[in-house]
Write a protein that binds this ligand. Sequence first.
Ligand code: HEC
Length: 116
Amino acid sequence: MRSLLLAFLAVGSTTVTLNAAAGNLARGQEIATQVCAACHGVDGNLVLAPDYPKLGGQHADYLEFALRAYRSGDRDNAIMAPFARDLSDQDIRDVAAWYARQESRLIDMPRRSRRR
Ligand code: HEC
């Protein structure tokens, strides 16, 4: 009986770990709606101004990387810093998972209009 219980506990905690690694979509949607939507949209495809990037369909690991960089100051941006600073590691995983799941409207720029 005891080993059966331990087996259940082991399976249970594995599931929790996997979910955490992938990010919690419901929580991610909540953060996106409450904190990020005004500038990026709930689906990450609102472009308020040309220097406001699209997030919808972007790779989750890239979004996490960018958010950590704003939080630490490696990416020095006065607009994003205060929002990133309030996010925990888990918040970052959750909101990145949410935006990664949205439709992508990212486009490749034609070569001649690329800067540098
Ligand atoms: C007040 C407007 C505003 C809010 C609110 C905001 N952002 Fe941003 N975000 C920006 C701007 C402007 C940039 C571009 C900054 C730069 O040039 O580095 C940006 C950049 C980003 C990037 C980098 C994208 C890339 O392609 O490199 C990510 C990721 C991001 N925001 C996620 C979020 C998340 C998640 C939230 C909510 C927790 C959020 N932002 C809230 C304005 C905002």
